[in-house]
Write a protein that binds this ligand. Structure first.
Ligand code: GN1
Ligand code: MG
Length: 360
């Protein structure tokens, strides 16, 4: 499939090595080695990103801004094709982008030490700080309502009404659990009305595989910039909590392996606050723990809603994948919620002592 695409980047397929990188379910990704040069080639899923050119425009606006304001910052923008375009469209195969491969970098798929959580959070917080004066409203909504919990909840209600009756029946227990947590939705409705919880430039997909690490385990930069949009900081902090806190990830079927690790929680908070503590308003600072509850809850909702409509969005590698993932996320949510008081204390100590600044 990619020979004709590589051609448009001046690379001969016969002279290159293409390795598939299989992580996310949304976009397809290859590592291309052409002689000395290495690239990451990615096919954009246009069912998810309906306007691929807007994705490119967002990245290029931020690239321009950061190149001017923070020249030392490593921002991995796409390379242009022979037609001087950032996106390559091919009638048969769709939309593609190519990025330079960052030499000396690697990604990890599991967070196994608090240091890794700290490093990743430091990178996402650093990015958030560097673009904090960029007018977020200039950015396109590459996926409209992506983290709009009210809408996600409505989609869930529709799914359990109009979806696959067998799957809905099977999901009865999970559905009622989701409804029990509706206080998370009410809190979100309040946030939307608040003038002190700001629309910021957010990454919206802060999982660990979207951070590049160097050989010493230090964070280098963040990648996978397609979902950068205006949003609340809770999206970024929340998705880190969702994906770094437990040693078992969202695919785990044995829920007894889902554990919320205290020192990883502290590392996320410290990493993010290193750059963002003074940037967050008093009201935002109160939402740090909520960020995790919010994101995990939303993900549970999205997985279960998709299961009830026959996996139309995520697809599934096996029959019950989205059902399992919804149950998994609800278990994680419960574990996090159980530690709420302890974590709230931890956060307020961090904010008071600023001990995290020692790391920076
Ligand atoms: C999707 O496919 P992947 O892993 O890049 C989703 C995220 C979810 C994640 C959960 C554009 O990301 O929001 O957190 O699945 N991305 C999109 O597995 O929907
Ligand atoms: Mg991704």
């Amino acid at each position: 499939m990619i020979a004709s695409i590589l051609d448009l980047y001046g690379i001969r397929y016969e002279d290159s090595i293409a390795e598939t990188i299989a992580t996310g379910l949304i976009n397809r990704t290859w590592k291309i080695t052409a002689g000395e040069a290495q690239f990451i080639l990615q096919r954009i899923n246009e069912n998810v990103f309906k306007k691929p050119y807007e994705v490119a425009e967002n990245i290029s606006m931020l690239n321009e801004y950061l190149t001017e304001r923070s020249p030392g910052y490593l921002f991995v923008a796409p390379v242009k094709n022979v037609r001087n375009e950032e996106i390559t469209f091919d009638n048969e195969h769709g939309y593609f982008r190519m990025f330079p491969f960052v030499q000396g970098s690697h990604t990890i798929n599991v967070v196994s030490t608090p240091d890794q959580a700290f490093e990743a959070s430091l990178q996402f917080g650093r990015f958030a700080k560097l673009v904090s004066e960029f007018d977020a409203s200039r950015l396109h909504l590459t996926i409209p309502d992506f983290h709009n919990l009210s809408l996600r909840y409505q989609q869930f209600l529709d799914a359990i009404k109009f979806g696959n009756p067998d799957r809905i029946k099977q999901s009865a227990e999970l559905i009622s659990e989701i409804k029990k947590y509706s206080y998370i939705l009410s809190a979100y409705e309040k946030i939307k009305k608040s003038a002190k919880v700001y629309d910021r430039v957010t990454h919206n997909d802060t999982k660990i595989s979207n951070v590049l690490f160097d050989d010493h385990g230090k964070g280098m930069c963040i990648i996978d910039l397609d979902t950068i949009m205006p949003g609340y900081f809770i999206s970024d902090v929340g998705d880190m909590m969702r994906t770094y806190l437990s040693p078992a990830n969202e695919e785990e079927k044995d829920f007894t392996k889902i554990v919320v690790r205290d020192d990883f929680f502290r590392a996320i908070v410290q990493g993010y606050l290193t750059n963002m503590s003074d940037e967050l308003s008093a009201e935002e600072r109160k939402l740090i723990l909520y960020a995790g509850l919010f994101l995990i809850y939303m993900q549970a909702i999205r997985f279960l809603a998709d299961y009830c409509v026959n996996d139309t969005y995520y697809g599934a590698r096996y029959e019950e994948q989205n059902f399992v993932r919804a149950g998994n996320q609800l278990c994680l949510l419960k574990n996090l919620e159980e530690k709420s008081r302890f974590f709230e204390k931890m956060i307020s100590n961090e904010l008071k002592t600023k001990s995290y600044l020692i790391h920076s």
